[in-house]
Design a protein around this ligand. Structure first.
Ligand code: GDP
Ligand code: IMO
Ligand code: MG
Length: 429
């Protein structure tokens, strides 16, 4: 396997964690490059589920893991996750995990602003995960963020916290009418954890470059999905980071020429958590069936995921934006029971066909999907491990996805477990 980037192609929760866990066996380093603990990646190994929010899923295969400069990290959540992994006999010590000194810290006021803002705007809310992701990236762009390297000079850290809290407390108390944060309390809480965090802080870019020089294989784990991207997604119903493959370089401090494969993870249908347009959303019993059969509940917030048919306008957009070299189709088994399966091939808007993903939310909301209908296979495929053994209608469905997207399918997932996978075209050479 060469250096590989894993990207969600839809609105997140495509099964990136499962595929990263699977591919980690062939990697030396596994790297997160954006997002934060808004992500929830589920790995199922020997029947046991492990969920990671911040630490790359490669930790399960005990590969060296890195949190890049593009990630926003809530240190309290990070330490809880480290403890959770240790309690599952997974080594998450500084030997296994390094955090970029340039990564920004999610501060308590980021979480407070995230929740207060959502509450205040009510019906117009984004439906965020409430983890402080947006406010942290806002401060990063506004050049008033606090980074992990700031913990290395605690006197300076204290000064920065005191200065920024003046502004945040004004905003919180005057605009959102919440309580103020006491600087001494915030500083005390960080003082209690800083000595545990410091051994994890490193110059991740330098280590990755050294690794590339020494022919280490790097696996980059995307979070969220292409249509939640701040630049290219259904703005403003997006997350606050760039999730596309180009940012795997920027968010980890490597150059874009080091990528050999870019694999787009595609759920065999579509889901979305939170608010925002979703042209193929189903409001009928088929939508309910996908939700139940696919156990579509958010791995971070536990919210019910909205469900619908697979959307090729979305997938083609993801192929274009990410330079996808291959696809991994997940949750194909969830369609086992359906009589008919639909594929959205384009949108219709005011009598016109739209083939490209529109920028305007209003247009997207008004679009109706153009569908083609395929017969289901009505067979349990969860035990199948060879492509040839798949029912003919499942093979036809996959072939049509390949044809419409113009990207080869390399992996097919037929269950949550690591073993429930069909390798269609090996990327492991
Ligand atoms: P991620 O955020 O992209 O890593 O995806 P999540 O972990 O949030 O959501 C995917 C869910 O689907 C998890 O519960 C996985 O265990 C599960 N899953 C992954 N692949 C498959 C599959 O092929 N079939 C089924 N039935 N479940 C799967
Ligand atoms: P993974 O990595 C699905 C959604 C939220 C909300 C929007 C903005 O598990 O695929 P944020 O808290 O980021 O400001 O929320 O983005 N969202 C996700 N949806 N999977 C995720 O991550 C998500 N991360 C954020 O529901 O609509
Ligand atoms: Mg998820």
């Amino acid at each position: 396997m060469g250096n590989t980037v894993i990207i969600g192609t839809q609105w997140g929760d495509e099964g990136k964690g499962k595929i990263v866990d699977l591919l980690s066996k062939h990697a030396d380093y596994v790297v997160r490059f954006q997002g934060g603990n808004n992500a929830g990646h589920t790995m199922v190994v020997n029947g046991k589920a492990i969920i990671s929010h911040l630490i790359p899923s490669g930790i399960i295969q005990q590969k060296k893991c890195f949190i890049g400069n593009g990630v926003v990290v809530d240190p309290f959540v990070l330490l809880d996750e480290i403890d959770y992994l240790i309690s599952n006999s997974i080594d998450a010590s500084p030997k296994m995990l390094r955090i970029s000194d340039r990564a920004h810290i999610i501060m308590p006021y980021h979480r407070m602003i995230d929740s207060a803002r959502e509450e205040k705007i009510g019906a117009q809310k984004i439906g965020t995960t409430g983890r402080g992701i947006g406010p942290c990236y806002e401060d990063k762009a506004a050049r008033r963020g606090i980074r992990f390297c700031d913990l290395l000079d605690f006197d300076l850290f204290k000064e920065k916290v005191a200065t920024i809290l003046e502004e945040k407390n004004f905003y919180l108390t005057q605009y959102y009418k919440t309580k103020a944060l006491d600087p001494d309390t915030v500083i005390r809480e960080f003082k209690q954890i800083k000595d545990r965090l410091i051994p994890y802080i490193d110059d991740v870019s330098v280590i990755l470059h050294e690794g590339i020089k020494n022919k280490k294989i790097l696996l980059f784990e995307g979070a969220q999905g292409t249509h939640l991207d701040i630049e290219h997604g259904t703005y403003p119903f997006v997350t606050s980071s760039s999730v596309v493959s180009g940012n795997a370089a920027n968010g980890s401090g490597v150059g874009p020429a080091c990528f050999d494969e870019i694999i787009g993870i595609v759920k065999a249908y579509a889901t979305r958590v939170g608010e925002g347009p979703f042209p193929t959303e189903l409001f009928d019993e088929i939508g309910d069936k996908l939700q139940k059969t696919g156990s579509e509940f958010g791995a971070t917030t536990g919210r019910k995921r909205r469900c619908g048919w697979i959307d090729m306008v979305v997938l083609k957009n993801a192929a274009k934006l990410n330079s996808l070299s291959g696809l991994a189709i997940t949750k194909l088994d969830v369609l086992d029971d359906l009589d008919e399966i639909k594929i959205c091939t384009a949108y219709e808007h005011n009598g016109k066909t739209i083939a490209n993903f529109p920028a305007e939310i209003k247009i997207l909301q008004e679009c109706s999907p153009v569908y083609e209908t395929h017969p289901g296979w009505k067979e349990d495929i969860t035990a199948i491990r060879e492509l040839d053994d798949l029912p003919i209608n499942a093979k036809k469905y996959l072939a049509r996805l390949e044809e419409l997207s113009g990207v080869k399918i390399k992996i097919i997932s037929v269950g949550p477990g690591r073993e429930a996978t069909i390798i269609k075209e090996s990327i492991f050479n």
